[in-house]
Ligand binder design. Structure first.
Ligand code: SF4
Ligand code: SF4
Length: 418
């Protein structure tokens, strides 16, 4: 018998069955399967708590099928934590064997993850053999999935943290501002150029930046896979590494990391005495010291809101304002679809579902693609997913982190060269 935590009981008992969450859930919208909505999941969790339902493989799959986008929570007048319910259930029913091994890998830290990434990089090179020249940054996984061809960004040959542990920006302490940068796994292994862009931008604004040694994965992946204890272990080590730097704020370029720090660390660690973590777009938007860009040509750029920025943290206007300050005019994506479908681990655990949601998002992007030079977003998961989306739909749009587009504008790299 699995113990039911009080927090889960309180979530399920608050649900009035009003159905407001159904209207906003991308998974319900795609499948029309109520068991996959927040209302359905809450009802299933309650039935299982009351001993009316057994934990079957189908039951586990139902709780796997969630993007953790938070739209249900934002729409719920009763304050039911749809994401909390999913995470609690996953933690209670996840299979321990393989998960424990994965957790050990995360706890082993960067050296272990670097070796795994290196092995992945070699495997990518092998899989790329025979791919047309110039398909470059993405790898074909045609034969490894039942879902047809897939593309995935190239793993960085040199992860950012391997070469830049303890890196400091060029700006000297001015007494005004010193920040610590939390890199996160996605930017470290897949998008190190984005980290270099952040450091250049902060340098140019006279902000002292340091990349603290001893930073681990934020813990989101292992937490959403069902091991909050391992996430807690990682959280303590990150807090320790970040506090050592005595920085005014912690800045990160990963929407999921900042969301996880701000929402989950206090509950995992049982304290609010934690470093203030802020998304890089919000931080830069509040700086008055970034260099001015004299010529503001209004270059059209599609902006995609990561769920973990817009819904979880209310960061919506800041990236748009920032892009406008540096010569871009934001092109909005039409339609009701809002999530790219990456969904933490959903892209791996249920690719057809993840791909179906991506398809809806890409239909909106396709409508405005001819008006824009590329896509900006602020989350590595979205970068991966939308990168695959433009490849699948044949759109000629580079997908890059917001800070990379900003660095182009500030350091006068012509956008034609992108
Ligand atoms: S919106 Fe909230 S109260 Fe209404 S059905 Fe969904 S989870 Fe329950
Ligand atoms: S978090 Fe998103 S995908 Fe999951 S149930 Fe809520 S709205 Fe649906």
């Amino acid at each position: 018998m699995i113990d039911t935590p009080l927090s889960l009981l309180s979530e399920t008992s608050r649900c009035s069955r009003c159905g407001a969450c159904l209207a906003v859930c991308p998974i319900y919208g795609l499948t029309l399967d109520e068991s996959l909505s927040a209302r359905g999941k809450v009802a299933l969790a309650e039935a299982e708590q009351q001993g009316l339902l057994a934990v079957t493989p189908r039951f586990k799959e139902t709780f796997s099928a969630c993007l953790l986008c938070g739209a249900c929570e934002a729409a719920c007048a009763s304050g039911v934590g749809g994401v909390d319910t999913v995470l609690e259930q996953r933690a209670r029913v996840s299979a321990r064997g393989l998960l424990s091994l994965v957790s050990l890998g995360f706890k082993a830290g960067r050296p272990f993850m670097d070796v795994a990434a290196k092995a992945g990089s070699l495997a990518q090179e092998l899989m790329n053999l025979g791919a047309e020249p110039g398909s470059g940054l993405l790898v074909r996984l045609t034969n490894l999935t039942k879902s047809g061809p897939r593309k995935f960004p190239e793993l960085a040959r040199t992860p950012f943290l391997r070469q830049n542990k303890g890196k400091r920006g060029k700006s000297k302490p001015t007494g005004s501002m010193r920040v610590a940068f939390f890199v996160g796994c996605g930017l470290n292994y897949l998008f190190p150029k984005a980290v270099h862009s952040v450091i250049r931008l902060l340098d140019s604004a006279g902000v002292e930046v340091v990349v603290p040694e001893g930073q681990h994965c934020c813990g989101m992946l292992i937490h959403t896979a069902g091991d909050p204890e391992a996430a807690k272990w990682l959280a303590w080590r990150n807090v320790d590494a970040l506090l050592r730097e005595d920085a005014a704020k912690v800045v990160t370029g990963c929407a999921t990391c900042s969301s996880f720090f701000n929402r989950r660390y206090p509950e995992l660690l049982g304290t609010n005495e934690l470093p203030e973590v802020i998304d890089v777009a919000s931080f830069l938007a509040g700086l008055g010291t970034l260099p001015e860009v004299a010529d503001k040509p209004g270059i059209p750029l599609i902006y995609h809101d990561p769920c973990h920025l817009k819904i979880s943290q209310g960061v919506e206007s800041e990236p748009r304002d920032l892009l406008a300050r540096f010569g871009y005019s934001t092109v909005e994506i039409p339609g009701e679809s809002f999530c790219c479908g990456f969904g933490g681990t959903l892209n791996i655990t249920d690719y057809p579902l993840s791909a179906g949601i991506l398809e809806e998002r890409m239909a909106g992007i396709a409508q405005v693609a001819k008006d824009a030079i590329g896509i900006a977003t602020g989350c590595p998961g979205c970068l991966i997913q939308l990168g695959e989306g433009v490849w699948k739909t044949g759109l000629n749009l580079p997908v890059r982190h917001t800070v990379e587009w900003l660095a182009d504008a500030v350091f006068e790299v012509t956008n034609k060269s992108v």
